[in-house]
Design a protein around this ligand. Sequence first.
Ligand SMILES: [Zn+2]
Length: 318
Amino acid sequence: MPLFPRAPRSPLYPVFSRYVLTSLFAFSLSAALAQPALAGVNVVATTQDLASLTEAVGGSNVTVSYIARGDLDPHFIDAKPSYMVKLSSANLLIAVGLDLEVGWLPSLVTGSRNPKIVAGSLGYLDASTAIKPIEVPSGSIDRSQGDLHPGGNPHYWMNPENGRKVARLIEQRLEALDAAHAADYKANLARFEATLTSKEAQWTAALAPFRGSAVIGYHPTFDYFADAYGLKVVGFVEPKPGIPPTPKHSLELAGIARAEGVKFVFVEPYHNPEDARSIGSNSGAKVLSMPTSVGGMTGVNTYTDLFDTLVRLITTGK
Ligand SMILES: [Zn+2]
């Protein structure tokens, strides 16, 4: 689809040619300034992790942007009009799914008035369909259990094997949208997987001494990461998901931390590590501020950077 459709020739062209040409030029110039020319498939990802995976697979055939910055809590993003504008020209919207974005994405998609990216269309990709969720609640759930996600824990990108599965799913969808570049997408995916495989061997080796270690999370953000590397999550700073910590709960948790010999308390960049300080000082566990996304901390610019940084923080303790 051309970005600037050819303007129909005015019947008054001979008379007003100069005027028409000048104003058309001014119009297209201002349109060009307002909206930079986009190359290839225009992808909007809800998070920086999905954006990074899409860049790895899409390469030069895609233009990728994201909505939620990696240092912000992805459950709570302000639905700004600028995000609707971004979505209005997207060919593909990629979401984490499992209700992570339920508080802000539906209104953005509606506001974008872009029928190409509504759920069920080729331009909408729920990345969670690539993975097997953990912590799927059984029985009926209600608000008394905190901010529970009925489909399971949505923080699945924290396991690099899930990143691999999502990258494969993105590759398939890019092929479906842009068959002319299928060979490029396949080659990019193969390159990404090769890098990931060799990195995973390094991460597994580096974290081997920590296998079986007890840890406490702030929120269930690190559960997939813990699963991937054999860490044992024995509690959360939040009394229930999404519910702020209380002094009483923190005191109980310090007891659990002492009893279980907890090594680390993992805190997301958007939560206050001070909330976990009392647990650490009462038990000897180390409080670590850890990125949970690409963009979550300085130097975390790609999906593999995320795990490089997590592994470095755990192995050096800072
Ligand atoms: Zn969550």
